[in-house]
Design a protein around this ligand. Sequence first.
Ligand code: GLN
Length: 489
Amino acid sequence: MFHYESIKQYHADLIDGKVSCLSAVEHYLQRIHEQKRLNAYVRTYDDEARATARRLDQQRDSGKPMGKLHGVVISIKDVICYKDHPVSAASMILEDFISLYNATAVQRLLDEEAIIIGHTNCDEFAMGSSNENSFYGPTLNALDESRVPGGSSGGSAVSVQAGLCMVSLGSDTGGSVRQPADFCGIIGFKPSYGTISRYGLIAYASSFDQIGIFASNIPDVEKTLEVIAGPDAFDSTAYPLPLPDKKAEDRPLRIAYFRQAIDNTALDPEIRSGLYSLIDQLREQGHTVEAQDFEYLDYIVPTYYILTTAEASSNLSRFDGIRYGFRDVDKNLDLADLYKNTRSKGFGKEVKRRIMLGTFVLSAGYYDAYFTKAQQVRKLLVEQTNLIFNKFDVLLFPTSPFTAFKLNEKMADAVSMYMADIFTVFPNLTGIPAVSLPLFWHNNGLPYSVQIMTNRFCELSLLRLSHQWMEQFKEAGNEKPKPSTPASR
Ligand code: GLN
């Protein structure tokens, strides 16, 4: 029986001949089939994955050196282009659309011999917090199938949570990697804006979007990041330099948290006390943990929704029935009606809501009141962030105000769904990296996480620290997670 620990362990087992890439692929394909009701994948590439695995096994047998991600079975969110494979952003409007090229991240995975096993389910055009806005229907949380896995990269999160692949790529515009990771009890990492090329990532809000990584352990995140990060001639917003890699300093850290975040009434009291107990433990270890006032918390969700919907209304104007995917050919339509009918039928409700909201905030007469104002708030947030990281090494946040909620619980109330993003949009507004670490179990039996952030482009330090925290709590915890205490994972 194939058992997965980490990329490192898998590679050691491959070298020892204990497993093969083909046995790994067969294992995952079988599990995906058995767990089909979770609806984590929208498409799998079975025969191709088997053929790649066989080729890699032969190469290894013939003594060829292994690529960094040799045989690593990876799923990708259905917004990431994989040449000659369908990609639909979980939308009817892109049904049957085939990628003409590889996303840079995908190309780099393939160059290092990863095996892409399929595309995962998500909210349509990555808009949502529950994976319920998908053309393919919702994904179910494997820990409790009456609950959502979070969104928008819900399928990617469940593909790792339920052992349906080793690592998954999602996208994070306002929390879409970290929040589903939190709901599913796994690790979700969003890099700094610019760390991973966006070439071949279907755009939602271009100045916020980043590809992110789901994994069950931090070294897997680091390895995947090492492969896919870096400058890219196809994306001028990709950071042109290697990430700074400062050696870990063995000194006490200066950690800040926003009082208005942790004491927020929207935060589940048990999550609050879990985070405070973590803060106590960090202090006991000699770190400084200080509460900071942050007056802008109430503005960050509105700012996020004004700016992202504005960008989305522009990005999604290309889906007009002429150039891509679905076209309404029912009647003899003139051009304007063809556009209108195609977009009315092809987009789902949430996407249309956001296109309208974005068009409104950009319209003459409202532009300054909404769009310009939101840009000003974003600038203020960046300045605040710089001030924070002048004084502190790490910023600590909750990931989500609550644990995974029930299917349909929030679908009728868009504002309450948007408030799910209250603790995740800050890093996207400011471009800093953030990771969600599943250290806790709630009394309701569901996992929850702490979210930590560092200054822009300091993700290597962030991941090193995350590894320490994951290890420390693993060592401190029991085999079986105890409710509301930092838990063994
Ligand atoms: N939940 C957020 C939204 O609905 C985040 C989406 C994302 O990060 N793609 O916009």
